[in-house]
Write a protein that binds this ligand. Structure first.
Ligand SMILES: [Zn+2]
Ligand SMILES: [Zn+2]
Length: 258
């Protein structure tokens, strides 16, 4: 399994894209920074997008990717998310008020986007992978995804979340955990309130992970709050040292092979 981090940041700037992952070139998770990261040929290979939640920084490239798919290569994308997420994204981005109605364009029979609801705790075969969505703890309904390939490699991506997701750990056994740290420890209380991790809050969850599973996988941190990147990097390094674990910050175009 080849994992590429397309976007690793909370805010978009030159060189910093919004959250998106790409698995084996074909399966995208979250749609914050897909089209600005990939060539037309690379975008064309994407058949499926999984959304963790509806926030704009995770969904807006549904529009730009659907536009490219319908104008450049007449392709179709399957989009999976919670029913709640789809019910927000549809009237806010996709149904023609903001731009083109990609649920009916280029044609009602073959639209650029096909939306399908997923249910937490139910394994589903999607795009050749075993996909398991598990509830995350964010300011809006959100899920994380375990993606397992046919050769048994798996990653878990929490999406945006804060403490309180340790129930997830008993359901998964990933070789790679991709999660978030949005701000520094000094803003921990506020981050928890708005559904994000600081390094210290992440440490609590990773400690639970190790207690439940007996190991800690490699951990990559994304959704990095750009203004605090240096502080976050130092604080994450501190946690890695305390837990004696492999925890590091992700970055745009980082590639990991499982
Ligand atoms: Zn969010
Ligand atoms: Zn976000």
């Amino acid at each position: 399994m080849k994992v590429r981090i397309l976007g690793a940041h909370q805010f978009e700037l030159k060189g910093a894209r919004l959250t998106s992952l790409l698995i084996d070139g074909t399966l995208a998770i979250d749609a914050g920074g897909i089209t600005s990261a990939l060539s037309q040929t690379q975008q064309k290979k994407i058949k499926t997008v999984l959304l963790t939640h509806h926030h704009f920084d995770h969904t807006r490239d549904l529009v730009t990717l659907a536009a490219n798919a319908s104008y450049y290569w007449q392709g179709q994308l399957e989009v999976y998310a919670l029913r709640y997420t789809l019910d927000v994204v549809t009237p806010c981005l996709l149904d023609g008020k903001m731009y083109v109605n990609f649920l009916e364009y280029p044609s009602k029979e073959e639209p650029a986007l096909l939306l399908e609801a997923i249910e937490p705790y139910k394994r589903k075969a999607i795009a050749g992978y075993d996909v398991l969505a598990l509830p995350a703890k964010h300011s809006v309904p959100a899920v994380g995804y375990q993606i397992t390939s046919s050769d048994g490699k798996s990653l878990f991506y929490t999406g945006d979340t804060t403490v309180g997701i340790s129930d997830c750990w008993q359901h998964i056994s990933p070789q790679l955990l991709i999660t978030e740290v949005t701000g520094p420890n000094k803003r921990g209380d506020w981050l928890e309130k708005v559904g994000h991790f600081s390094a210290r809050l992440l440490k609590e969850e990773l400690t639970q992970f190790r207690r439940v599973k007996g190991y800690l996988p490699r951990v990559i941190v994304i959704h990095i709050g750009n203004p605090f990147e240096r502080e976050i990097k130092e604080e994450v390094a501190q946690v890695a040292q305390e837990l004696e674990a492999d925890i590091s910050l992700g970055y745009e175009d980082m590639k990991v092979t499982l």
